[in-house]
Design a protein around this ligand. Sequence first.
Ligand code: TRP
Length: 449
Amino acid sequence: MADREHFGSNLTVILAMAGSAIGLGNIWRFPYIAGKYGGAAFILVYIAACIFISVPIFIAEATIGRRSHSNCFGAMKKLAPSPRWKWLGILTVITPIVILSYYSVVGGWSVNYFMVSLVSGFSAYGDSSFASFIGSASRPIVFHTIFLGITALIVMKGIKSGIEKFNKVSLPLLFVMMLLIMVYSLMLPGAKEGVKYLLNPDFHSITPSAIAAALGQSFFSLSLGAGTVLTYASYMKKQENILATGVGTAMGDLLFALIAGFAILPAVFSAGISPGEGPGLIFETLPYIFSRMGMEVPFLSRLISIVFFFSIVMAALTSSISQFEVGVSYLVDEKGCSRRQAVYIVFLFAWFLGAICSLSFGTLSEIKLAGRTVFEFCDQLTSNFLMPLGSILLVIFVGWVMKKADVRDEFTGVGTQTLSGRLFGVFYFLMRYLAPIAILVIFITNLVM
Ligand code: TRP
């Protein structure tokens, strides 16, 4: 086999990991959940959940990837003492492909909205536009195909000249674009209400379900338990710092979620609307706001809408390439495919499942799995079940199955990183005890609720 490719530096690893983490979860999920569960108080809980639980899980997943320098399945073959662990390998290859399928449908919606903002603007946008768009048969599938196709082209170019290069350009650009929108949004009349909604420190709303929500959000947002962290870490060099990668990724992800929150909520409140939940917030409420602003400041609002939807497309792409790479890495390492063949195969799988997800908003809405449409089923199966399952098994693998000395080697860059050396004991404890228990709690909460 040819030499395994590597990311160029620790910074580009962090950019790639942050690219995977930063996505639709930051833009529509975080602001809404933070507001609902107590604003600033929730944000504090969220930060604690990241430090004590999510970052240790991230580090566990990265440890397996870097130790084995293999794809998810190969990692288990190399490191696990018993062949039963291959099921964890299979799980972490399948999960991201399922996520990719429905994520690409939403990515396609973003491309559509970007095109609309570019070509005609939202002036003629009515209340039912979003529902009738996603319920139609051909247009969303065309855009799903375009989105998945762009993802495939980037992945085809490989780690360094594809994934790394794309993240290096798009991530800084993404921050700059969101910051600009934030500044604009904060200057709108009545923007203060949005700031209050996000920052109002209501400690009474910190209930057990708020804590479970903080944990769940940080899992989803950091893409834990889906094999992407493992796969990207397998392209890290030995001397690179896993602790810095985990902390850097979590900080970038949180910062972006906050910027997106301050970009979106002030505009929503300024228009006198209460923030809705889910995709409706960015695809229904915001086009409506853009159409109203368009009457007063046509040029500026048009420009802002173009930049905004372009950012969403970029944020979604940096995540979808990481999901796509997991399957490609598996097929190249384990099945002897060329990169090109592997890309075709993953594309076909995700395209078909994605097309079914897309049609489940219209033509196929009658097909129900466990009482849900195919799209909802794929989303909930992965977020509520497969990702927590993957996470708990990965963290147990590192905490209880791998040799402690090997884990320490990875964590400390073979003993060269002094700060990591000092913190190892703490993180090892978190990985062995606190993280598995916390995941179990979310798991049960999701099952019961
Ligand atoms: N973290 C991504 C976001 O915030 C979404 C995501 C969820 C993801 N699970 C994933 C990305 C698994 C990559 C792999 O939008």
